[in-house]
Write a protein of this length. Structure first.
Length: 295
């Protein structure tokens, strides 16, 4: 849910929608709806694409959409696999950290049991080994704590980023499905009907039969209505193309690359810092147990 809301408030178009702001700020959206009228008209009816913006739409947009569409299913499949494998790896590290915590407690129990030498006198060998085990327990605890912190970071940042990458392709797939379903218009059908009606009108005007003027006016009105609808639908067609191009160019292209770069760089940096900390911890243990006695 949080990931979906984050996508909405960061979307370059949706974030500007007044209804989204209302949804996020009003304590009762249902009550707000009862007291406010909501227009369900398409954006294409109120928002126009200017000539300069229209010229930025590539002429081969359909070919670009086809290329993206062909890539989506394989990408979704691979990113789903990446998310599953990444979570498995993190969970294994989580289990290992838990085992280290258990090992720490067990080592401390051994130290407690062996607090006094069974011989009953001061024993340098026994005391030295016990102190060494205390150091092992101390360092396994540190490693467990560092691992747990790193695991939480991986779950909250890296894994979520990988899922966001997967969800980006899922959202794009849904977008193109909606585009296929909702971008259909009647322009070609209406143009054909205007041609047929115009032929009828020319025939009526040529025949000049009784009452021809009324029929000519009726057909003229039909032609004008169809032409107005054609103009509106052509404007909508341009608007839809502009929206799809914006989604591909800004939302998909920029995010699929930028977010992945950020994820990889952050992961590599944080993993290096973590590994160096682990190395320092075991180096410290190596020094601490170097003087453990043999006999």
């Amino acid at each position: 849910m949080a990931r979906a809301l984050n996508s909405l408030v960061n979307h370059p178009i949706i974030k500007e929608d007044g209804l989204l702001a209302v949804f996020l700020t009003e304590p009762s959206f249902e009550l707000w709806r009862k007291n406010n009228a909501i227009t369900l008209d398409e954006e294409s009816a109120s928002k126009k694409i200017d000539r300069l913006e229209e010229m930025t739409i590539p002429s081969d947009l359909e070919e670009k959409v086809a290329v993206v569409r062909a890539r989506l299913n394989p990408l979704i499949e691979q990113w789903q696999r990446i998310c599953i494998l990444a979570e498995r790896i993190i969970r294994r590290r989580e289990a290992a950290a838990s085992d280290l915590a258990r090992l720490t407690n067990t080592l401390r129990a051994v130290v407690e049991v062996n607090e006094r030498c069974w011989r009953g006198d001061e024993c340098e060998l026994s005391n030295g080994v016990r102190l060494g085990l205390e150091q092992v327990a101390l360092h396994t605890q540190r490693d467990s704590e560092m691992s747990e912190a790193r695991i939480q970071a991986l779950l909250n940042t890296t894994l979520e980023a990988l899922k966001s990458q997967r969800d980006l392709y899922l959202s794009t797939k849904d977008l193109l499905i909606r585009h296929t379903r909702l971008s259909v218009d009647q322009v070609d059908k209406l143009k054909k009907r205007v041609e047929i009606t115009s032929v009828k009108l020319d025939g009526i005007r040529a025949a000049l039969k009784e009452g021809w003027q009324d029929e000519a006016d009726r057909l003229t009105s039909l032609i004008e209505k169809d032409q107005a609808t054609i103009a509106a639908q052509l404007t909508r067609r341009i608007f839809v193309r502009a929206c799809i191009w914006h989604e591909l160019r800004v939302v998909l292209h920029n995010r699929e690359n930028t977010l992945l770069t950020q994820t990889v760089q952050s992961f590599a940096h944080d993993e290096r810092i973590f590994t160096e900390s682990v190395l320092r911890n075991w180096a410290s243990l190596s020094e601490a147990v170097e003087s453990m006695p043999y006999e």
